[in-house]
Design a protein around this ligand. Sequence first.
Ligand code: ADP
Length: 719
Amino acid sequence: MARVASILLPLPLPEAFDYAEPEGMTLSLGDQVVVPLGPQRLLGVVSALRDGAGHNRPLKPVMEQRPSPPLPPNTLAFVQWAARYAVDAPGQPLAIALRGARAPKPRAERVIAATGQAPARSTPARQRVLTAATAPMAAGVLAAAAGVSASVVKGLVDEGVLEVRMVEPPLAFDPPDPTLAASALNPSQAAARQALSALWDAGGFQAALLDGVTGSGKTEVYLEAVAHALAADPQAQILVLLPEIALTQAVIARFAERFGAAPAEWHSGVAPPQRRRVWEAVATGQCRIVVGARSALFLPFAHLRMIVVDEEHDGSYKQEEGFIYQARDLAVVRAKIEGALVVLASATPSLETLYNAETGRYRWLKLSDRHGAAELPDISLIDLRETPPEHGHWLSPPLVKALAETYARGEQSLLFLNRRGYAPLVLCRSCGEKLTAPDTDSWLVEHRYTGRLVCHLTGFSMKKPEACPHCGAKDSLVSIGPGVERVEEEARSLFPEARIAVFSSDTVFDAEAARTLVESMAAGEIDILVATQAAAKGHNFPNLTLVGVVDADLGLRGGDLRAAERTFQLLAQASGRAGRHERPGRALLQTYAPEHAVMQALKDQDRDAFVAAEMAAREASGLPPFGRLAAIIATGTDPAALESFVRSLAAAAPNAEGVEVYGPADAPLTLIRGRRRKRFLVRANRNVDLQAFLAAWRARVRVPGSIRMTIDVDPYSFL
Ligand code: ADP
């Protein structure tokens, strides 16, 4: 028998399947192929090839070898590594890696080209057309270039002098030009740039933390490090990861300006045919720079030399559904596999990354100050126990005063509240019922723009009822607490003349809408921007001098492992939006707990003290980064079946040194979409192979068809 090819399919299957390499076909590792699986024909990737001698089981042959670029060996190795890390099937990350390969091709375009035949009758107009038809082009373009009407072109086509061809639009990614004008870096920036260039020159896997306050010029520095890499290696490919689609536009614009060509964009908003183009151009090495969201990490780079993870601390890097992974951590792994440089940038690095910097695993590059005249904002706390807002209002007198002063000076304010909608809870005054979705144990959020009550977990929504669905009382439903829409309402009543806008995922749902709003804010067309975290990150608004945090305590409630860390990061980022240019800025944080360590650290701008205290607490309890965590979530519609499954799972837990298993316990979100949820938490010492433990555990149980079991390595959500 000829060779045996192991084919990895983009499906949740435990392993690759074997097929025969048919006569006349020569396969290579990474090739895209079509194979039969039951009645289906599926696209897969060759993950291993071996001699078929001695193989006596008959195998189905590979049906087709695709002409598309193969998955590079490093990408394949990365996919397999990622699967092991997540304790999941390799087909899951493969499906992400093949998303672009499976997207529809860009539609072929009709173009007109000369056939070489001379026209029977020559006129000046016809002559101009033939002179202009140097390359295939659209009929309209040709007519315009020749200055003739469409009928002249059509006449020549009818005669056979010109012909219509269908061509695929070319993969056009203009090469970046690293020699274009660079900013003159300040000494601290220049030192960081120098260090990054030296790491790059040293070659092989290198990791660095670029640590500097918001506005210190981290983007400026990594742009120059990218320029260095592009100039030194004409094939080098660079990947820049960002946590939010809303940020990609600004970063793409800065790359386009610096290198004279726009980088490729990769996120859920990119149309499928364009994904196909980007995928192929990345696989062939033609596309040099990609700016994208976390899934860009799975693109088939031919020659990846550098990865930047901007805002590396951001929780959005954790993918929580389908294939569960932490893109920042996997970026470091990918860089290791590729022998590339990885740069993690943040003003408030994660404790995991700080730990790696402190222990010397990552080079720690610090940018000391804001660039130029810009200074860090002055941060103060408003004690809501002393100066509470009026009843039914959310902005306290000191914050209102600051807003008025800022508005009077013609400067901009940002009111930050990390809560979408109008009110997070609707309650019946008569019976006390809190409205929830029918099949999910989570409060419905009131949205006034749409007049609906929405479940933010499942997307379920309903019109706000006139009467309480529980007791039937009329006009008894009251909105409890504020969301951004309610803060906007209050700001409008306080400043009726001011131009006020809301920035949340309900008002800004795609990259284009984000760009428009960010541009109008940057241009000073908005006086007060009420925003969730969608606007708190990365953006640069020159005339913004006041940030008001409406509820600084929000993230600390129901605290999990990272509640304090996340609150510190988010509020430091939000505060950092103020005073990024010449005018000094200030941030006011409304809190009921001004003595809390997080609030004190924010007020004193003392990140180091906060980090030291938080690290000590984590170390004492063996939590990340000093220990490792994993969660197991089991769900089912039948409570008895779920209970029996989690009991058998608990009984099957292997005994291992340095590992503790907690649970099963009801998940804090006990019911989602009609499925009850139970959780286990596993804590392990750093030296334990947690993945091997989890895989062994899973192998000991049979999961009934009615139960879904998910393993979440390094969980960020504990709900
Ligand atoms: P960060 O990424 O640290 O928040 P940025 O790189 O966005 O900081 O820089 C903040 C602002 O200061 C930007 O408007 C940037 O263009 C400007 N800036 C930073 N460094 C320089 C420099 N060396 N020369 C000119 N402008 C700079």
